[in-house]
Write a protein that binds this ligand. Sequence first.
Ligand code: WTA
Length: 664
Amino acid sequence: MTEETLSNLLHEERRFEPPAAVAEHANLKAEAYERAAADPEAFWAEQAGRLDWAQSWDQVLDWSDPPFAKWFVGGRLNASYNCVDRHVEAGRGDKVALHWVGEPVEDKRDITYAQLKDEVSRAANALTELGVGTGDRVAIYLPMIPEAVVAMLACARIGAPHTVVFGGFSADALASRLEDCQAKVVITSDGGYRRGSASALKPAVDEGRAKAAELGHTVEKVLVVRRTGQDVAWDDEVDVWWHDVVDSASAEHTPEAFDSEHPLYVMYTSGTTGKPKGILHTTGGYLTGASYTHWAVFDLKPDTDVYWCSADIGWVTGHSYMVYGPLANGATQVMYEGTPDSPERGRWWKIIEDYGVTIFYTAPTAIRSFMKQGREIPDRYDMSSLRILGSVGEPINPEAYVWYREVIGGGRTPVVDTWWQTETGSIMISPLPGVTHGKPGSAMTPIPGVGAEVVNDAGEPVPNGSGGYLVLTQPWPSMLRTIWGDDQRFKDTYWSRFKEQRYYFAGDGAKKDEDGDIWVLGRVDDVMNVSGHRLSTTEIESALVSHPKVAEAAVVGAKDEDTGQAVCAFVILRESALDSGGGDGGDDIVAELRQHVRKEIGPIATPRQIMIVPELPKTRSGKIMRRLLKDVAEHREVGDVTTLADSSVMDLISKGLGSGTAEG
Ligand code: WTA
């Protein structure tokens, strides 16, 4: 982010007071900040007490071996019991847990907590029957159908950590995840509905399973939900229909209580190297964080609210704010399978009207795309039920914030801009809707119980009005415990930069304004944020270089009006490719490379732009200077080139660009 955008942000003067009604009945009041700061462990113990424990803990936090934390040491609980059974036992079995809405308009299902309990129990029994034991890993590769939630909770119920892989990832991406966490079983479906038609999922699992086998890992069983009814290839040794084994299983299942630190799930996310990181979350601390923040930040009133988070279960937001947080809190929520514009552009707003949604949580990239379509579309719907709006995944620009508040929220609703990460497990920085006034573009302050700072290179807090690195200054219950199978990378990535201070380094840059409120500016490392999805520049570079025609590649995230950032690639072709006519950087090779990245990683990683260049700007030590490429990609004057080994390279690149650019 440039200095100019920074200062624009800081001139944002609009302020919105919390509505009186929200303030009066707020779940958390202003006093919570001081209470939590005075004794964080006591505060977190109070939040953990909102869950049902089979056995209470002896110690709130063991931080004797940093950065490896243990929370609620000695405590035992079952996450699935907390999300389902306890609500039924408390007499709320008839309450709707999920209003599921399929993309085809006639497809809907309301699932009560009692029904969810039965379904989760059946699936738990079926998984056990398939040979899944405590500690075994199960991969879930499903569209947004109720079975996805059931599958996650069934895994949690039997203590088998799940790893949900986003359905938009390719077979290759799936294979590397299956191999990395050594998944024993994969749960998938024949397909799902997106943009008005049935798209297949099972073939990617078949291919992913074969590729994992090449890497030396055998997946034992594939459990397949029938969603679309399309034809699927079948391997009798491995493939099992969900309806064959789950529907016939017993709905009786006694959940076992697991240690608070028992692994709950692994979620893969992009880092600064080509290999995705398996972020490990454990049971007691994670569930405490997810349920507390969902209750406090969205001011959830479980008896009256209808909550909807539009995130896919393939991302951490879907884990914490569609599955574990809301269900642990006994909320009634909407789950929607498809895209916002199918079959019509107002589909989301229609769902809000139909179900009387009161709390809505989505991403800035979606808001910006609706802004483009104009307010006539949302204005056709009655969304007066909404009382709180949330935003997550990337910085929300002030214009999008104000549009969201005015057009979707009718000018009444607070907007909570929530900053957090796959690694943090739950929301860390956010306004509290009944306490904090809204400042468009600012995530404001850490929530009670969380310590966050903006620091300089030396790890010292920067004064108000300046920028630096965002850090978390004290351990929190839903913190990642490690990177699956790689403790060293866990230490290096997050805890080495400010080792002395024992700060968690988030990888984001941020600024404190004159009031000390935090404005998150985006990544300071080689991670891009495209439509709220994290992508690593190196991962895409490796994908490009794996193509036989590519000699070298450099990828940068360039500012994009719709997606926040977009993938821009600079590619040097091999001589053989140049000889065979690809040398003009024509459309064919560019299209071929874009397709290649799609296949290697998935559609979300497809470069917006690929530029064929003769050279890449490198320092004398050979490091690619992405900063300069970013200048080119963002159509800026190229910055300081004095540290380049060959300072004429940038001229060469700029000159050659006329012919070698293709946007798609
Ligand atoms: C970015 C998603 C600004 C940030 C929950 C972070 C944000 C990364 C915000 C994590 C926000 C998330 N304002 N930036 N409110 N929320 N980010 O792991 O760069 O997919 O590091 O988790 O998204 O992305 P992840």
